[in-house]
Write a protein that binds this ligand. Structure first.
Ligand code: GLY
Length: 317
């Protein structure tokens, strides 16, 4: 039997300690993943997730999140959710209370309110300042009331793709957290404010099951960060699980998925995080040294684990 454990793409604000403590007390993998993710969502210093996340082109933060239960394969997700501090918890309620798997935009907000979440201002002074600096730099000193009109014509003139290519790596950020509990059940969660300064309504891979998140007790879990469009096009999270299902090791499956991203031969990259049912963990990235963080129920602190930096090569494994 594998010792209950939790892993994440980072360990800000002791998020893994929060999750490991829940597992230590006999809590479920889903409880641990949700609590750990919430601690990232409420961190105003993290500009890629939840409170303080960089807003969209119109200055409005829009959140994407998903959670998946590896025992039942039930999932809940929200996309382009505005005004709620904990998208991961709203996603969990979609899983638990609705017959659906994904709610978007105003419908997701309506659902959040209906099931008892309070609406919240997600812009912080800092994220507002980052947005203002972008607007002045990219759009010139354009008055607020004209911005929407300007952006519509910008999109209509097809400049958006050019602008998109100018975005740097720091415009993508997402937290992936996954856990296995004492029963051997696996849960994986993903939360993000998505691509910074995105076109309103743009949805990344994080709430798309199979793209940015997937989990199955019989195999393991996989999730992504980075340029979500790639993970959607390649069903990256599901592809990693497929590979493992067909006999690849967790490392081979992650490396193959990153090579598949390189094969697109387009600017931008993806990183992935995975675990298998035997308790092995792995991370990989097309763009940098890859690390992830691990804690089990006996750990005193979190352990940083090295993953694989998959550099661009022609051949695939
Ligand atoms: N991977 C996060 C996003 O593309 O929104």
């Amino acid at each position: 039997m594998v010792k209950p454990f939790i892993i994440g793409t980072r360990n800000s604000r002791e998020m893994l300690h929060i999750g490991a403590e829940i597992l230590r007390k006999g809590g479920t993998a889903m409880d641990a993943v949700e609590a750990a993710t919430r601690s990232v969502e409420e961190n105003p210093d993290d500009h890629s997730v939840g409170l303080g996340g960089i807003p969209n082109l119109l200055g409005v933060p829009q959140m994407d999140a998903s959670i998946m239960d590896g025992r039942t394969l039930r999932t809940g997700a929200v996309a382009a959710l505005e005004g709620y501090l904990h998208p991961i918890s709203v996603a969990r309620k979609v899983l638990e209370l609705s017959p659906h798997v994904l709610l978007v935009g105003p419908g997701a907000a309506l659902f959040a309110r209906a099931v008892g979440f309070e609406d919240t201002e997600l812009l912080t002074d800092e994220s507002r300042d980052i947005y203002k600096a972008f607007v002045e730099d990219a759009l010139g000193s354009i008055e607020d009331e004209r911005r929407r009109e300007y952006l519509v014509s910008y999109v209509e003139d097809y400049n958006l793709r050019d602008w998109y290519e100018k975005l740097s790596e720091e415009h993508w950020g997402t937290v992936n957290i996954m856990a296995m509990d004492a029963k051997g059940d696996i849960c994986s969660g993903v939360s993000t404010s998505g691509l910074s300064l995105k076109l309103p309504g743009r949805v990344g891979d994080s709430p798309i099951i199979g793209a940015g998140n997937y989990c199955d007790n019989r195999v393991g879990a996989a999730a992504c960060t980075g340029r979500g469009e790639f993970a959607i096009r390649l069903s990256t999270a599901r592809a990693i699980i497929n590979r493992m299902e067909n006999g690849a090791s967790i490392r081979e499956a992650c490396v193959w998925a990153m090579r598949d991203i390189h094969a697109l031969n387009e600017p931008g990259g993806i990183s992935c995080l995975a675990l298998d049912r035997n308790g092995n963990t792995m991370s990989a990235s097309t763009r940098r040294e890859s690390t992830h963080y691990y804690m089990d129920v006996d750990s005193e602190g979190s352990e940083e684990r090295l993953g694989v930096w998959v550099k661009n090569k022609e051949e695939r494994t």
